[in-house]
Structure formats: structure tokens, C-alpha cells
Ligand binder design. Structure first.
Ligand code: GLA
Length: 401
């Protein structure tokens, strides 16, 4: 009798261990993919999503590492009499499972959106009170990624709400990346890694115009977001399976090529999730070459998972750094001014000793090779200073090895 009890206890422990393992390590590096919201808002349909999946493969984006295809708000139909959620039958006539199968057949992963409140931000039926049912439905549909928003949450407690959906996903048994989207309102960097793999740190990236730096000051343009990321020590909370999310990319949505390049570079320095927000079916060569630059993506995807930071800002030129594996460093110079800058880099003056990551960058006592990651060029070593011209709102970015 005692023996059987022991065996049962051992089996339960093993089963719990196996199921916990299933949900661990879902995002060892920042997730990469595409999300419908920035470009299409509520104009989503199964045709758009299938064409996007096709384009992700045919453009080489999938090969560069993008894998999640995420439908944001507005895919929803009604709940049935039992409370189960269904897709809008007009825009998704073949159903979500068929769409998931299509996406999986391309070797991509399928993502969906809901919200902790009683309605989504666009007013569709959301998760509150239906978390366990929704998680079962997502598991049946073979969803791989869930973005979970925070509209209409009224007096809900943020941490408690995300704990509930996390528990519901666990109970449904399918490993699903949980992207927490509560806009940084309750400092999620302090608690969200217990529940999800990424969490938004700010309100929405300026959606329509002036995405680089707008004049009203209340929209979250790219510059405003990167400044926000430098406060509250948010970088200390990032790491494998726990990413600060400064929101989805606006590359290809109307900024200049220089601004797109800087936006992308900064997101990589910040170890941010790289969720494309443009129309992949009509993508220019210039945009594509930014989004598929493997040397820059490697900075984002570095396995150490450190979030980089700004070490200086002088005359509108900022220096951003990120420690990488094998003691190498990404070092990027951002021209925030409205004029081209001719800038002389004296490497010996760029010394960093970071107590958090325990990493040291010390070109004054160690000679590094300098690799320009945008132009794919080796540029000598840090033994000599160098002069670079940085166009308006552009970056010069190197990896020091
Ligand atoms: C919120 C989110 C956005 C997007 C919209 C959809 O504003 O922060 O990213 O998901 O809702 O309605």
C-alpha cells in the first residue's frame, strides 16, 4: 500500500515537472514575427493573413527569423450559447483552425489577440470571465502566441488578471507565448515574467503620422519610447523568456529610410520583440533590406539576452551599447539632430563597466575589431579613431569583437 502511494506521488511529481517544462523556454530570444494592427487595424481577414504568411516566406523574412503571424483585434465573432468564442464568419469563413493549419504548413506560428477586460479595445467580446474557455478554444485552434490587452479592465487588478489567463493557458495544456499588453501602466517589468514572456512598457507606438518624433508630446513616437525605456531601470528586468516590449515596429510605414533604420537598430539594441507592422505583400527592397539584415538581427537575438542602453548624449549624438556573447559589444551612434553630423569616434573614450551584466568594454586597454553592421564592412580596429558621417536621424552601428 505504502509502495503504491510512493509510486503515485513520484508519478504526480514527474507529470507536473513535464507539464511545467512544456511551458518553459518559449521565448529564449525576443519573439520575431508580424502583427496586423499597426498597418491594418480592424481590416483583418483570412485572405490578408494567408497572403501575409505567403509573403513572409517568399520575401525571405521567414528565413531571417520572423515566425509568428499574429492577428490583432477585430477577428472576433460572437460567443455561442455555451460561451465559447468564435471567429467572425464573414472575414474568417474557413475558421481559425484551418487558418492555423495553413500557417503551420508554411513552418510559421500562429498568434491571436484578446483582452483581460470584458471587451477588446475595439469593442469585441474579450476574456473577462471566459479565460478558461478561451484558452481551451485557442488550444483547439492550435494557437502558438496570445497577445492579451488591457482595455475595459475597470477595477481589475493587472497582475491577478494576467495570472488568471496564464493559469488558463496552462490548464488547456498547449504551450502558448503570452504577450502581456497592459502598456506599462502597472510597471509590469516588476511582475510580468511570472506570467508571460514579454510585456509592453508603453502606450501604443504613434500609429498614424510623425512616428519618429511628433510635436504634440502625448503620442508615443519612436524617440519618446526609447527615452521611456531608459527610465525606471527597466532593462534590469529583461532576459531570456522575459522581454520588455516597446511595441511593434513601424518600419515601412512612412518614416524616412534613415528613421526606419534607426528605429530597427534601437529595437535590436533594446533586445525588443521584433514584430513587423507593415504590409508584407507590398514591401520595398529598401524596407526588406532593413528588416532582413542578419547582422543587426543577431544583436537583437544574442543568446545572452541583455537589454542595451544609452551611455551618452552629446550634441544630439547618442551612444547606445549592448553586451553580446563572447565579450563582444554592439555600439551604435544615433544622430537625433535635424542635420547631418560628421562625428569622430575616439574609441579609447568609450569605456563601460556594467555591474548588472558584469560586462566590460575597454578599448583603451584592449584592441577590438570594428565591424560596420549596416554596410557589412570591416573597418579596422579600435586602436585608431575614426570619422563617420551620420545622416539626419540615422545611425552608425558596429559590433566590436
Ligand atoms: C491596444 C493595443 C494595440 C492594439 C489595439 C487593438 O491599443 O495596445 O497594440 O492591440 O489595442 O485594439
Amino acid at each position: 500500500m505504502k509502495k503504491n502511494l510512493l509510486l503515485l506521488t513520484v508519478l504526480i511529481f514527474v507529470a507536473c515537472g513535464v507539464s511545467a517544462q512544456k511551458f518553459s523556454n518559449l521565448a529564449p530570444t525576443p519573439p520575431m514575427g508580424w502583427n496586423s494592427w499597426n498597418k491594418f487595424q480592424c481590416n483583418v481577414s483570412e485572405t490578408l493573413i494567408k497572403e501575409t504568411a505567403d509573403a513572409m516566406v517568399s520575401t525571405g523574412l521567414a528565413e531571417a527569423g520572423y515566425q509568428y503571424v499574429v492577428i490583432d483585434d477585430c477577428w472576433h465573432g460572437d460567443r455561442d450559447s455555451l460561451g465559447m468564442i468564435h471567429e467572425n464568419p464573414e472575414t474568417f469563413p474557413s475558421g481559425m483552425k484551418a487558418l492555423a493549419d495553413y500557417i503551420h504548413s508554411k513552418n510559421l506560428k500562429f498568434g491571436i489577440y484578446s483582452c483581460a477586460g470584458y471587451k477588446t479595445c475595439a469593442g469585441y467580446p474579450a476574456g473577462r470571465g471566459h479565460e478558461y474557455q478561451d484558452a481551451i478554444q485557442y488550444a483547439k485552434w492550435e494557437v502558438d502566441y496570445l497577445k492579451y490587452d488591457w482595455c475595459n479592465s475597470r477595477a481589475l487588478n493587472a497582475e491577478g488578471s494576467y495570472m488568471t489567463i496564464r493559469d488558463a493557458l496552462y490548464a488547456a495544456g498547449r504551450p502558448i507565448v503570452l504577450s502581456i499588453c497592459e502598456w506599462g501602466s502597472n510597471k509590469p517589468w516588476k511582475w510580468a515574467s511570472k506570467y508571460g514572456q514579454l510585456w509592453r512598457t508603453t502606450p501604443d507606438i504613434a500609429p498614424y503620422f510623425d512616428q519618429w518624433k511628433n510635436s504634440h508630446g502625448y503620442d508615443w513616437d519612436v524617440m519618446h519610447i526609447v527615452d521611456r525605456q531608459m527610465s525606471d531601470s527597466v532593462r534590469f528586468y529583461a532576459g531570456p523568456n522575459a522581454w520588455n516590449d516597446p511595441d511593434m515596429l513601424e518600419v515601412g510605414n512612412g518614416m524616412t529610410v534613415s528613421e526606419d533604420r534607426s528605429h530597427f537598430t534601437l529595437w535590436c539594441i533594446l533586445a525588443a520583440p521584433l514584430m513587423l507592422g507593415n504590409d508584407l505583400r507590398n514591401i520595398s527592397q529598401e524596407t526588406l533590406s532593413i528588416l532582413t539584415n542578419k547582422e543587426v538581427i543577431a544583436i537583437d537575438q544574442d543568446p545572452l539576452g541583455y537589454e542595451g542602453w544609452r551611455i551618452s548624449s552629446e550634441n544630439y549624438v547618442e551612444i547606445w551599447v549592448k553586451p553580446l556573447k563572447d565579450s563582444s559589444w554592439a555600439v551604435c551612434f544615433l544622430n537625433r539632430s535635424n542635420q547631418e553630423k560628421v562625428y569622430t569616434i575616439d574609441w579609447s573614450k568609450i569605456n563601460v563597466k556594467d555591474d548588472f551584466t558584469m560586462s566590460i568594454l575597454d578599448p583603451s586597454s584592449h584592441v577590438y575589431n570594428v565591424r560596420d553592421v549596416w554596410n557589412h564592412k570591416d573597418c579596422g580596429t579600435t586602436a585608431k579613431s575614426m570619422s563617420v558621417t551620420i545622416p539626419i536621424h540615422d545611425v552608425f552601428c558596429v559590433v566590436l569583437k
